[in-house]
Write a protein that binds this ligand. Structure first.
Ligand SMILES: [Zn+2]
Length: 507
């Protein structure tokens, strides 16, 4: 008994830890990389409610429908749920053809599984089982009208209509499904939005089960299948292929989907809240006008004196993006021509959050040592000056919002080094960082992190100020530039907001 209870508790805990909190969206991709790639968006609202399945692109030459469905893929909901299949028949969408091997909207039949596209049909059938209402979005020819007006406006035309298979559908389980009332209610509101009478949508009952119907083909469609097998209120929404613009086709679909959502109490979130963690993918950077693409975490190679310009930043956000070449330029160096003064890093931020970085390193060894020492491979090089040489970073030692100055002691002697600079050290040197001045950290108390250095017996909290660091102390090699311990970065700030960097080069 006790064992069973423990197992039960374990199972419940597991189920709870997997349950996602509303609101959230699940994006499923079936048959990825194939002609029948199928994207499905399951959008769960802040509060639960009815689930509406919206399908576009079951016939590929009907962009009003699939471009409208596509817009709902990114929606977030206050109440209720949406399952969106923006492009049911992707192959026919690519071909801009009604059919691929066949018309997918005639494949909802008993001989399912015969054709390749039927695997998509099977997924859609599965989605029907999770839904409470179903909309299939189409663009039809002409303008449906209950009365015959001319060859483009008559009862046989499909454009500008909401289609049902019956006014009231008798489900196999005995339920009577009223399709006419919701369709009429939606139409009334949609036509108010459309305004122009010539473009009004009309109610169109194809009387699919009627032995005398002209539309026997409708018995093979997705909407009829959903009615027959799931007793799902199902509607075809048709804009007209003859509408004067694509925008109007999409708009009329949107009107209809919005009104159906209202009818079934599915409430959108306005405006949509999007708080995903920002992430840099890559940046396009000009080095002396030569264009290179550098992925997040990789290195941009440029020499001292080169002009670099970040021309394009690819991230999961479009707004609030800044690029900061540490030690050069200012807080935002996107689109700016900046002269390379030293090795550094480019920090990419979305608002105040770091979303990625690209290292900036010299292309050539000689460029790394502009204060040149003659290379003497045989004879020992002449004695270096006793004091460590601050090789760069001495250009501007006045701290400011855009210039971070590191204050340190080398063998007891105070040194100031600006961000972007390099400090040359001997193995025997002892250093200590006092503080970092300037920069935009949000607080004057800026941590200084000597990467790779772990203070003995202390918790590594990312702040190494006040530690006397012997260059013979243990450093983690993985933080060094070459992985062999030749140079280590020192960061001003924290992982969330790095505001400056210098390098310790060890002879
Ligand atoms: Zn169609």
């Amino acid at each position: 008994m006790k064992k069973t209870l423990t197992l039960f508790i374990l199972l419940v805990t597991a189920a709870l830890s997997f349950a996602q909190t509303r609101p959230y969206t699940k994006n499923e991709v079936y048959f990825k990389g194939t002609e029948y790639e199928l994207e499905v968006y399951k959008i769960y609202g802040r509060q639960d409610g009815k689930t509406m399945l919206v399908i576009g692109g079951i016939q590929g030459d009907e962009p009003g429908g699939f471009l409208s469905a596509d817009l709902y893929s990114d929606m977030r909901l206050e109440r209720g749920n949406l399952i969106v299949v923006p492009r049911a028949n992707f192959k026919s969408v690519i071909l801009f053809d009604r059919e691929s091997e066949a018309d997918m909207n005639r494949r909802f039949t008993k001989d399912l599984g015969v054709m390749e596209m039927d695997k998509v049909v099977a997924v859609i059938v599965d989605l029907m089982s999770e839904s409470d209402v179903f909309l299939n979005l189409h663009d039809g020819w002409g303008y449906h009208n209950p009365k015959y007006i001319d060859q483009w406006r008559n009862p046989s035309r499909f454009g500008q209509s909401i289609i049902t298979d019956a006014d009231i559908f008798a489900c196999d389980d005995g339920r009577m499904l009223d399709l006419k009332t919701p369709a009429k209610k939606v139409l009334e509101a949609v036509n108010k939005s459309i305004g122009e009478e010539q473009y009004f949508m009309h109610y169109f009952n194809t009387k699919t089960e009627d032995p005398l119907t002209k539309f026997t083909d409708m018995r093979k469609t997705a909407t009829y299948y959903a009615l027959k097998h799931f007793c799902l209120p199902s509607f075809g929404v048709e804009s007209s292929k003859n509408l004067p613009s694509l925008e109007l086709k999409v708009l009329h679909h949107n009107y209809a989907v919005n009104e159906f959502m209202k009818y079934y109490d599915i409430v959108p979130e306005h405006p949509r809240i999007f708080l995903k963690a920002p992430k840099l993918n890559y940046a396009v950077i000009k080095v002396n006008d030569e264009v290179v693409t550098v992925e997040n975490g990789k290195t941009l190679f440029a020499d001292r004196g080169d002009i670099i310009e970040i021309t394009n930043v690819d991230a999961n956000y479009d707004r609030g993006i800044s690029c900061d070449i540490l030690g050069m330029g200012d807080l935002n160096d996107c689109g700016k021509r900046v002269e390379v003064k030293g090795e550094s890093r480019i920090v990419f931020r979305k608002d105040n959050q770091k979303m990625g970085e690209i290292k900036l390193a010299y292309k050539t060894k000689t460029a790394a040592a502009p204060v040149k020492q003659p290379v003497q491979p045989v004879v020992k090089a002449p004695e270096q000056p006793k004091q460590p040489v601050v090789q760069s970073g001495t250009e501007n030692l006045v701290p400011s919002k855009t210039n971070v100055v590191f204050v340190m002691k080398v063998n007891g002697v105070e040194r100031r080094v600006a961000s972007g600079g390099v400090v040359k050290l001997k193995k025997t040197d002892v250093i200590e960082f006092t503080e970092a001045l300037g920069g935009d950290f949000g607080s004057p108390d800026v941590p200084v992190n000597v990467k790779g250095y772990v203070p003995a017996g202390a918790v590594n909290n990312g702040d190494d100020r006040g530690y006397r660091i012997r260059m013979t102390d243990y450093f983690m090699l993985k933080y060094s530039r070459d992985g062999k311990g030749s140079a280590y970065p020192v960061i001003a700030g924290n992982s969330r907001n790095e505001i400056g960097e210098i390098w310790l080069e060890i002879e």
